[in-house]
Design a protein around this ligand. Structure first.
Ligand SMILES: Cc1cc2nc3c(=O)[nH]c(=O)nc-3n(C[C@H](O)[C@H](O)[C@H](O)COP(=O)(O)O)c2cc1C
Length: 174
């Protein structure tokens, strides 16, 4: 897929087919994530790829309880969650991780997969919950790292319409 077309046709997807994503596609997505820019070439991010259903269900239950939302599922039932974390002492860790996440969304789309940013694993209120911290540990999030954001990834049921884009927010000085 051509790069500009890929950028303009990516959507946040929240309905997925019950179909696994193959390892070759995941490898490409993770490679694209690692080629994102990072401040001073930090590359201090970590990518945890979770496909374990038991883990995903446990995480969903913890967040559902925290958010008081009965029917919450952390990936909208997509089979893959990629958690992007970075060193807490990297002052601009969120910038680096966000660049990596965008590469994840765009490469997933180029491969015919749907994806969406999942923000809840970065909720400060969850970081005092030992069960939550244990799940992050199981997923390989290193000590001293904080979740920047996560990407749910899977085959999409349908292509969501493009959200209307805000106009009038560009200025030129020539
Ligand atoms: C920082 C950030 C956090 C987001 N968190 C969530 C989230 O937790 N759950 C979700 O369904 N979508 C989340 N989104 C997706 C946005 O809702 C989505 O990008 C926006 O509605 C525009 O739609 P589009 O991505 O299809 O253009 C998040 C996006 C960003 C950039």
């Amino acid at each position: 897929m051509e790069a500009i077309e890929c950028l303009l046709t990516r959507r946040s997807v929240r309905e997925f087919l019950d179909k696994e994503v193959n390892q070759e596609d995941l490898d490409i997505i993770l490679k694209c994530a690692s080629f994102a820019p990072s401040a001073m070439n930090n590359q201090s991010w970590h990518f945890s790829v979770v496909t374990n259903k038991e883990w995903l269900n446990k995480m969903s239950q913890i967040i559902a309880k925290f958010m008081n939302r009965e029917t919450y599922h952390v990936t909208y039932h997509a089979p893959v969650l990629i958690i992007v974390s970075d060193k807490r002492d990297n002052l601009i860790y969120e910038h680096d991780g966000s660049c990596a996440l965008e590469n994840i969304f765009l490469s997933a789309h180029a491969l015919g997969l749907g994806s969406v940013w999942i923000n809840q694993l970065g909720e400060p209120g969850l970081y005092s919950n030992p069960e939550f911290l244990n799940l992050l540990k199981e997923a390989g999030v290193p000590d001293g790292y904080k979740v920047v954001g996560s990407a749910a990834i899977g085959y999409l049921k349908n292509i969501p319409e493009a959200k209307k884009r805000v106009q009038g927010n560009v200025t030129y000085l020539k």
